[in-house]
Design a protein around this ligand. Structure first.
Ligand SMILES: [Zn+2]
Length: 628
């Protein structure tokens, strides 16, 4: 925590120093130039050439990033760099030192360094680099070296088409007269600006009344498929605009969805200040994948307010050397996930049954999540560097120790929305809270100095988020909500709050016997526990844990889930049954006490055999009907 704080203040001090230095004419701020070409896209590498001018006499410290904006784990992008060469302004070859795995230090130059390297990339998502004969899908931190101390220099970047292609560039970078050349004001904005370089389909629409939205889509379908999708995207965009009452003023004059809808893409969505990279595994031919695509689009566009402008101070500025740690991801990510479902419903793209099912799964995961006994949503947020696309080889116990800040934050968004409506009799909703956050922290100040491009003027702290809630409700309500549910580990009474909207939270299999949610792999003549036993489950209480193999339960051989079901069907919760299991080859005889299946589901009242009351219908409409 203190380490993080010192890293951030070091960056701020550097920024300040540069601001002072560059106030005098001595500092020319000569732009850094990048050129990226793809001589052999079939072999999935790019050639990068960087010109660093006006360096003075200090050694150049060229670095690869270890992290990427919006992704919180370390990713060590230097891994894919090879064939590095450095030259001075006269073309003389220079040597370099490698003080650590991320840095190339080049001394003895003449004030100019030209750096060239190759980089390999074959992963289509929001974090990495992917090159093939259909596109170059470029996330900047995974691709570009940058120089320490030159973070505030402007940047010019140009792309060279692979031979025989007519690819174009879609990006939030600033355009120039050259359609393949772009600029960025500084390193923060450059790194935040992904690029799709391909034969994408481009569509544009305008909302409210002059915000321009672009959809650049790389896909395997027809242009008419994109036109069909465009209508749904526009509905989502308009509903989200209605939550905040206005659209952000996008720095380049438009917002761009960079969508890769490909069988070889990984499922991902990554928010940026004026764009998003959305990658979905699939094709237009499979209509079943459409909700995934639309939900990701709804989620990422909501971030153009909540995260890109209503931004926690813990993420500002983004640190490319270390993981940023934030205790506010339950709000930045979790509330965004809550709105993803609300907006799908308001836009008419999800049914009440589908929305209830989504919210029900979320409530179930949080209310019954073992991790809730250990950490609050704030503390879960701070674990992001360990879980956000992080990789490890040793076993962990995350199913017990962790609840995702997406999941818990989504449940908190629902809790706060319903609690505000309940507390104020419908006068104040979560939309008002988001607008209060937007006015105080997101919308640029009408007067005063504007921050550097890519940064926000008034990032918020956890205390600010609490105070804004007090602003729209009252101090006692805000303090109780934050103390108990955000910084504490309690959950609201979802059953009562949801009942007002005509939604029934109930046990999915009331009265049925259950051994736990523990994942069992049936095979041969036993059922193996493939993850750590979940705290307090019947299997856990019986003394079993990961790798133990249940051979017999209540006299039945456990070779299939059907056999387990047979045992459960003939017993009542509370019954004690004999269990025989193998642990590393040794047999143990014990007993297991069955419990009632506690799993929850959320269903519309009208599906439970009772009609909606007028009050429930009105509450639901005020909450989930279109704002258009
Ligand atoms: Zn997100």
């Amino acid at each position: 925590m203190s380490h993080q704080a010192s890293a951030v203040s070091r960056q701020l001090n550097l920024a300040l120093l540069f601001a002072l230095l560059c106030a005098v004419p001595l500092c020319a701020q000569a732009p850094i130039s990048y050129r990226i070409s793809f001589p052999e896209p079939e072999h999935r590498w790019a050639q990068v050439e960087i010109l660093f001018p006006d360096l003075g006499v200090r050694p150049l410290e060229a670095r690869m990033s270890r992290s990427s904006p919006g992704r919180y784990a370390l990713h060590e992008f230097a891994r894919n760099v090879y064939d590095v060469h450095a030259f001075d302004g006269g073309g003389r070859s220079l040597t370099f030192d490698r003080p650590d795995t991320h840095q190339w230090t080049i001394a003895g130059h003449d004030g100019t360094v030209r750096l060239t390297y190759r980089i390999y990339g074959d992963h289509v998502d929001g974090t990495y680099l992917a090159i093939d004969t259909t596109h170059a899908h470029i996330n900047m931190p995974a691709t570009l070296m940058w120089a320490r101390g030159l973070e505030n220099r402007p940047v010019r970047i140009s792309f060279t088409r692979p031979a025989g292609t007519s690819w174009n560039v879609a990006t939030q970078l600033h355009p120039t007269e050259d359609p393949l050349a772009f600029t960025a004001a500084n390193l923060q904005y450059l790194m935040d600006s992904p690029v799709e370089f391909s034969d994408f389909t481009l569509r544009t629409f305008t909302v409210n009344p002059n915000t321009v939205i672009r959809l650049a889509m790389h896909h395997t379908g027809n242009a008419s498929d994109v036109d069909q999708l465009l209508g749904d995207v526009a509905k989502l965009v308009r509903e989200e605009g209605a939550v905040f009452g206005e659209f952000p003023s996008y720095d380049v004059g438009y917002y761009t969805f960079l969508v890769d809808y490909l069988p070889y893409a990984s499922g991902d969505g990554m928010e940026h200040r004026n764009s998003t990279a959305v990658t979905v595994t699939g094709t237009f031919a499979n209509a079943g994948q459409r909700p995934d695509l639309l939900e990701t689009i709804a989620h990422e566009f909501f971030h153009s307010w909540n995260m890109e402008r209503i931004r926690p101070r813990s993420l500002e500025p983004f640190n490319f050397d270390e993981a940023n740690v934030s205790g506010e991801l339950w709000l930045g990510e979790g509330f965004t996930s809550y709105y993803e479902h609300v907006i799908m419903q308001r836009a008419g793209l999800a049914s009440i049954g589908e929305t209830a099912a989504e919210l029900g799964r979320t409530i179930d995961a949080v209310v019954r999540g073992p991790g809730r006994s250990l950490r609050s949503p704030v503390e879960m947020s701070r674990l992001a560097p360990f879980v956000d696309a992080a990789r490890w080889v040793d076993r962990t116990n995350w199913d017990n120790l962790y609840i995702s800040y997406y999941t818990w934050g989504e449940a908190l968004g629902l809790a706060l929305d319903l609690s505000l409506r309940d507390h104020t009799n419908g006068r104040v909703t979560l939309d008002e809270y988001m607008r209060a956050m937007w006015r105080a922290h997101g919308r640029p100040a009408a007067s005063g100095s504007r921050p550097a491009e890519g940064l926000v003027a008034v990032p918020y702290t956890l205390g600010d988020a609490r105070d804004r809630l007090a602003d729209v409700s009252d101090r006692a309500f805000a303090d109780e909500f934050f103390d108990r549910f955000v910084e504490g580990r309690e959950v609201v009474d979802y059953t009562r709050l949801l009942q007002r909207a005509g939604l029934v939270l109930r046990k999915r299999n009331a009265g049925r016997a259950w051994v736990g949610d523990d994942r069992l792999s049936f095979g041969g003549s036993s059922a193996r526990l493939v993850e750590p036993a979940l705290f307090g489950s019947p299997i856990y209480r019986a003394g079993l844990d990961q790798d133990d193999e249940i051979v017999m339960l209540d006299g039945e051989v456990m070779s299939s889930s059907a056999q387990l079901d047979r045992v459960l069907q003939r017993h009542q919760p509370g019954d004690r049954v004999p269990i025989i299991f193998l642990r590393r080859g040794t047999q143990t005889n014990g007993s297991l006490t069955l419990e009632e299946d506690p799993r929850l589901e959320l269903v519309p009242t009208e599906r439970t055999g009772r009609a909606l009351t007028d009050a429930e219908r009105a509450f639901r409409a005020a909450w989930l009907s279109s704002r258009q």
